[in-house]
Write a protein that binds this ligand. Structure first.
Ligand code: AR6
Length: 180
């Protein structure tokens, strides 16, 4: 686990399962149909219980690069933010869509005046986004937001499932902080 203070906000990178983390909002790596699936999405619906899917069905869907909020069922959070990252195909708009998926969650956190949010590594599992490209986008979106906004957030946690993902985020964060 590594912790940095950025503009007074604690940014943590830790390895683990996101359903075991307590935060005001937990971010789900969802699909545009909000239909559930494997990876983070499967873990969140299994651990959170059926009310989350009931709310997803009512909402009906979410465009790529956006996020919607539901309650968190049995999970130790107030909200689940279902964010839809791009499926990686190497198209020019994908970095921007990935950035917008993170930014939409940060905007929801400000709207609800949350103090803590936990992100998984969006798009880098089933959606195939290369880690060395996705990690700097994820981190830069958060760091820029903390620089530019008078935020309600006190803690942003990246919960990274395996050692390879944690290392990619650690490397990307060091490079971004060295640039400042
Ligand atoms: N906690 C934290 N990270 C996890 C967990 C977990 N419990 N499980 C997997 N990861 P993915 P995507 C990591 O595939 O690429 C689903 O079917 C995983 O190792 O969950 O955005 C949805 O329904 C990887 O590093 O999300 C969509 O259809 C990262 O989380 C689609 O997959 C993201 O992997 C979304 O694909």
């Amino acid at each position: 686990m590594t912790t940095h203070i950025i503009d007074g906000v604690t940014l943590t990178l830790q390895q683990g399962n996101i359903v075991a983390v307590t935060a005001d909002a937990i971010v789900n790596a969802a699909n545009a149909a909000l239909a559930g699936g494997g990876g983070v999405d499967g873990a969140i619906h299994r651990a959170g219980g059926p009310t989350i899917m009931q709310e997803c069905r009512k909402i009906g869907g979410c465009s790529t690069g956006s996020a919607v909020a539901t309650s968190a069922g049995n999970l130790p959070a107030h909200y689940i933010f279902h964010a839809v990252g791009p499926i990686y195909q190497g198209h020019a708009d994908e970095p921007q869509l990935l950035r917008q998926a993170y930014q939409s969650c940060l905007d929801l956190a400000e709207q609800y005046q949350l103090e803590s949010i936990a992100f998984p590594s969006l798009s880098t599992g089933a959606y195939g986004y290369p880690l060395h490209l996705a990690a700097p986008i994820a981190l830069k979106t958060v760091i820029d937001h903390l620089h530019n906004t008078s935020t309600s957030l006190k803690q942003v946690i990246f919960v990274l499932f395996d050692g390879r993902t944690l290392q990619a985020y650690q490397k990307a964060l060091q490079a971004l902080l060295a640039d400042h």
